[in-house]
Ligand binder design. Structure first.
Ligand code: AMP
Length: 423
């Protein structure tokens, strides 16, 4: 146990972490260009927030949350998603009282007690955005286009964007009734969970992954058949904007978000080819959520993308990552008596903005050169007592093997000059 991490978690080690840093860098740039500001909320929240904000009939709340009592006997939950915390922060800090819309993004770990498999973990990471305060269909289209823009900046291709409208509290009751009528005659074909859902939340049956339920709901009525005129024109406007932006989509009538506060646009992005867990992102409009969390009636829309699945898809599509920069120079000491000066010199080089390191294991000069080779450092500065007396170091180009004496006071500049040539 001591040397084993909990199931469904991972260590992101050097070699991998550079890919994450690159991904985060592309995301942060994207968000800046689209006018989003970062928000960082706690890793844990009061359990009630998720019960209310994610919904008590969802799989997340029913069976996937990491919930515990803290020492003050409060029920605390490790966040399973980022929207409810963003809504809470928006309300708690009264961001609704400032200029609208408020455009927020987050990147961070989420926790769900799910059955781990390829692409599905118990601690995973999401990048998400939330826009509060606008019901304009242009926002829906821009939010979708922004997610697609990220994938394309990363070099991903062949993704499928599915989009639907789930209606609003005005048209949903009609659909509810039609669905209940439809499934009542097919009760024996539904899984026990869905039989249970029929009374409370029949929309979620369309979302069930059980084979029998998928079959039973093949000809079920869908939200598009019963949209009210306002929802119809909103949806048509979103689709028209997407066409104008050149974003390809498929209308998917089966795509649902079965909770009352999810309204209008719902979308999901799939990466065929990464296995069963092929949803790499999803989102939608939630005009009822802020109110359900105790705030004013303010519309909202957002999405969340799974970072592990994005990286998985990039690897599967053979996309290369930029090479992470390593050390600019390694300082090797030929004489143990020069250790003190080596330490000072490395520190000076770092102050000049160079990435520099040296030996800390008392290795011979030969072993230090070998070590520098393993680190794939382009330049090694060799410091011997004779050179020190003369105020120079030998600078070795590891690729060509050529070596040159450089005055100590010019060392930093010379390294910079040579690195600029390589980079
Ligand atoms: P959701 O918050 O369930 O709408 O999920 C949004 C995205 O997060 C999904 O499209 C996945 O890419 C990712 N995701 C959700 N659950 C997991 C999980 N257990 N492990 C890894 N990624 C996940």
């Amino acid at each position: 146990m001591l040397t084993t991490r909990p199931r469904g978690t991972s260590d992101i080690l050097p070699g991998q972490v550079e890919k994450w840093q690159y991904l985060e860098q592309v995301i942060r740039r994207l968000c800046r260009e689209y006018g989003y500001s970062e928000i960082r909320t706690p890793i844990f929240e009061h359990t009630e927030l998720f019960e209310r904000g994610v919904g008590e009939t969802t799989d997340i709340v029913e069976k996937e949350m990491y919930t515990f009592r803290d020492r003050g006997d409060r029920s605390i939950t490790l966040r399973p998603e980022g929207t409810a915390p963003a809504v809470r922060a928006y309300l708690e800090s009264r961001l609704f009282a400032g200029p609208q819309p408020v455009k927020l993004y987050y990147i961070g770990p989420m926790f769900r007690y799910d059955r781990p498999q390829a692409g599905r973990y118990r601690q995973f990471h999401q990048f998400g955005v939330e826009v509060f305060g606008s019901h304009d269909p242009a926002v829906d289209a821009e939010v979708v286009a922004m997610a697609m823009d990220l994938y394309s900046r990363l070099g991903l291709s062949d993704l499928e964007l599915h989009i639907n409208s789930v209606g609003c509290p005005r048209c949903r009751p009609v659909l509810r009734e039609k669905l209940q009528d439809f499934f009542r005659s097919r009760l024996d074909k539904l899984c026990p969970n869905c039989r249970d859902r029929l009374g409370r939340n029949p929309l979620r049956i369309l979302d069930c992954k059980e084979k029998s339920c998928i079959q039973a709901s093949e000809d079920a009525p869908t939200s598009l058949d019963y949209l009210c005129p306002e929802c119809t024109s909103h949806f048509q406007a979103v689709l028209k904007y997407l066409e104008e932006l050149g974003v390809a989509y498929t209308v998917d009538r089966r795509l649902v978000r079965g909770l009352d506060y999810y309204t209008h646009t719902a979308f999901e992005i799939m990466a065929p080819g990464i296995g069963a867990q092929n949803s790499i992102g999803g989102g939608g409009r939630y005009n009822g959520l802020v109110e359900a969390c105790g705030g004013p009636a303010i519309p909202g829309i957002g999405y969340a993308l799974g970072l592990e699945r994005i990286l998985l898809t990039m690897e599967q599509q053979g996309i290369s990552f930029p090479r992470p920069p390593g050390l600019d120079v390694f300082l090797a000491t030929a004489d143990p008596a020069a250790q003190g000066q080596a330490m000072v010199l490395v520190q000076e080089l770092r102050r000049e903005g160079l990435a520099a390191d040296r030996d800390y294991l008392g290795r011979s000069l030969k072993a230090q050169m070998k070590y520098a080779g393993k680190l794939e450092v382009g330049l090694v500065a060799i410091l011997g007592s004779d050179e020190l007396k003369r105020g120079v170091v030998a600078l070795r180009d590891m690729a060509t093997g050529s070596q040159e004496e450089i005055p100590l006071d010019r060392l930093g500049d010379e390294i910079k000059r040579r690195c600029a040539g390589i980079k």
